[in-house]
Design a protein around this ligand. Structure first.
Ligand SMILES: Cc1cc2nc3c(=O)[nH]c(=O)nc-3n(C[C@H](O)[C@H](O)[C@H](O)COP(=O)(O)OP(=O)(O)OC[C@H]3O[C@@H](n4cnc5c(N)ncnc54)[C@H](O)[C@@H]3O)c2cc1C
Length: 326
């Protein structure tokens, strides 16, 4: 095996949409880029899971586009075959905005973005320090990486905790603006059914009443070979039940969804998304915490709490880095 070089121009912490779009763009511009993620896979909440013959999108459910740059990127991903149109509405009234799904599942897009990148998984960054005008980044595996610039893309409270553990001080104003960003939580149930659900095509419903925020039929969506639903709890329910028995919470949600399901439950799992949606978005699309060597914070909390916002923030971080080196 070729020994891995410890240095890169840019090191990106987090292989979600923000980190991967930034990495792809920087690599395209000729920078050497490395991405580290603490997870076992890429994509963060752009996640999909299998449970025997059933498949689930259990985090992000679909992608919407508004910004011309993201519209154009999505068209490229559509042509590559990693996304496809799902529908234009989940009610009888089409609002004209297409909803895109990953093909075959939501995790396909981050996997595609990561394909040509140097992404190292199960590497939790535990400290970063500035030494000789470079960043020295340490992981929980005892690895040390060096880079001329770092992009931090974890949820903001995790980035702040990392900076604090690294004894990196932000200006009081910057710190207080970042510390004010709070997130909704989401308990997600993945349930395999004994027959198709009663959901109507296209297979998604936002009841907007506690305790259920969203139900999706993964079979109707086209990702599961057998009847399988994803249920997202509201923030209120998720917060109240966060520390409780997850199986018991799952049962409460399945009972609440019974009318829409109209089927028996074969088996189910519950996943908790601690940082599901930023309740407040920062006024800048990225935040430059240090100019030299460059340290930029980016994520969906900076340009909108969706896949699109994360990508726009990743690109904004890229622009800042390329500008500083030009
Ligand atoms: C339940 C749910 C439903 C959603 N539904 C939709 C939807 O329908 N449509 C939509 O557009 N968006 C949706 N979203 C939001 C969308 O998924 C996010 O906005 C987007 O994926 C966030 O990308 P990101 O890169 O900013 O963050 P993330 O994807 O969270 O990436 C951050 C990464 O950093 C890694 N990390 C954290 N700390 C460290 C560390 N110390 N060292 C190394 N790695 C670290 C994490 O493992 C993670 O992979 C949903 C999210 C959730 C949770």
């Amino acid at each position: 095996m070729k020994p891995r070089k410890p240095n890169s121009d840019v090191l990106i912490i987090g292989a979600g949409m923000a980190g991967l779009t930034a990495a792809a763009e920087l690599q395209c511009a000729g920078c050497s880029v490395r991405v580290l993620d603490k997870g076992r896979g890429v994509g963060g909440p752009m996640a999909s899971r299998r449970m025997s013959e059933a498949s689930f999108d259990h985090g992000a459910q679909f992608i919407t586009t508004r910004d011309p740059r993201f519209v154009s990127a999505l068209e490229g991903w559509r042509q590559t075959g990693v996304v496809e149109a799902w529908c234009r509405s989940f009610t009888e009234h089409a609002d004209g905005h297409p909803r895109w799904r990953g093909k075959p599942c939501m995790n396909s897009l981050p996997k595609h973005l990561a394909h040509d990148l140097d992404v190292l998984l199960e590497q939790q960054v535990v400290a970063l320090h500035c030494a000789h005008d470079q960043w020295r980044v340490e992981t929980n595996m005892g690895e040390v990486y060096r880079a001329n610039a770092v992009v931090l893309t974890p949820p903001v409270p995790q980035s702040l905790a990392l900076l604090e553990a690294s004894k990196f001080s932000l200006s009081p104003e910057m710190r207080s603006r970042l510390a004010a960003i709070e997130y909704e939580r989401c308990l997600a149930v993945m349930a395999m059914l004994d027959r198709p659900s009663r959901l109507l095509p296209p297979g998604g419903l936002a009841p907007a009443e506690n305790p259920i925020a969203w139900i999706a039929d993964n079979q109707m969506k086209g990702i599961s070979a057998v009847p399988a639903v994803t249920i997202h709890a509201t923030h209120t329910f998720s917060l109240e039940h966060w520390d409780g028995d997850r199986q018991a919470s799952g049962r409460l949600l399945l009972d609440a969804a019974a009318t829409w399901l109209g089927a028996g439950i074969q088996t189910f799992q519950v996943h908790g998304w601690r940082y599901s949606k930023a309740m407040r978005v920062h006024e800048q699309a990225r935040v430059i915490a240090s100019q030299s060597p460059m340290l930029v914070l980016a994520s969906d909390a900076f340009a909108g709490p969706k896949a699109e916002g994360a990508a726009l923030s990743g690109w904004a971080a890229t622009e800042a880095i390329l500008k500083s080196t030009s």
